[in-house]
Write a new protein. Structure first.
Length: 250
């Protein structure tokens, strides 16, 4: 298991806005987490079916096994080294692309969805719990796109949405990053990324842990859906994210 990131990996992340870290989770642990992920998927939920992916949030508050993964000190230490600032958990989510789901996750940035005030940095760990070759809903990134700030939030189902907002990105190279079970990528919350449809007979199981600047404040004017709500105190300076729901890590 990889317990720390190298200087080269930090430099690559800061240059490109993403980096692949092989073997951050043991294979045996990845298999254990994959089993817990499928059990979590099969619990009754209110969320409507979505061809893009089956989406289950806040596993760390619902499932002992996946809590261990979300709060992993190894993942959090790597995220902190890459970001270069103290972090806290924003949320986790399981993203399962069912076999032959027929839908890509279209190009987008993550940051515009989030009600974060004064954020210096936020990033996600995308952990492959099964092998994810290019044909199984694999992620691709546009290197350097984390320099595009201030774009509106983009529609995950519209392939042109981000490209209309930033037409230069149409002509930038895209890097596809297949992962083995237990590998992960970290991506900056402004890095443009997409995931292809799952063309295979097996589910693509990814567990995503989102980290934010420990000092970021909640912007009550911009509600996110699905994450725990922060009480709005009516001010425009934002509200502190409470440690109980957004623990400081590692
Ligand atoms: C996906 O896995 O389909 C998308 C992940 C992301 O947007 O971070
Ligand atoms: Ni995303």
């Amino acid at each position: 298991m990889n317990t720390s990131v190298t200087e080269e990996q930090v430099a690559a992340y800061r240059r490109d806005g993403f980096v692949r870290i092989p073997n951050i989770i043991d294979k045996a642990d990845a298999a254990r987490y994959a089993k817990a992920a499928l059990a979590a998927r099969d619990r009754p939920r209110a969320a409507p079916a979505d061809p893009t992916f089956t989406h289950v949030m806040q596993l760390w508050q619902q499932d002992e096994t996946l809590r261990e993964l979300t709060l992993s000190p190894v993942l959090a230490a790597a995220a902190t080294a890459l970001a270069g600032i103290p972090l806290r958990l924003y949320h986790d989510h399981l993203l399962i692309k069912e076999p032959h789901n027929g839908a890509a996750t279209e190009f987008h940035q993550d940051q515009p969805y989030w009600p974060h005030l004064g954020s210096r940095h936020s990033l996600s760990a995308w952990v492959a719990l099964v092998d994810v070759p290019a044909t199984r809903g694999c992620m691709s990134f546009i290197p350097g796109s984390h320099r595009y700030q201030g774009l509106h939030s983009q529609d995950l189902r519209d392939a042109d949405n981000l490209m209309k907002a930033a037409p230069e990105l149409l002509w930038e190279p895209r890097v596809t990053v297949p992962l083995r079970a237990g590998d992960c990528t970290f991506h900056h919350s402004l890095t443009a990324h997409t995931a292809s449809p799952n063309l295979t007979d097996d589910p693509r199981i990814a567990h995503v842990v989102v980290y934010m600047d420990a000092e970021t404040r909640f912007d009550p004017r911009q509600r996110d859906t699905g994450v725990p709500l922060v009480e709005d105190d009516g001010t425009t300076e934002g509200v502190a994210f409470p440690d109980a729901d957004f623990p400081r890590l590692p």
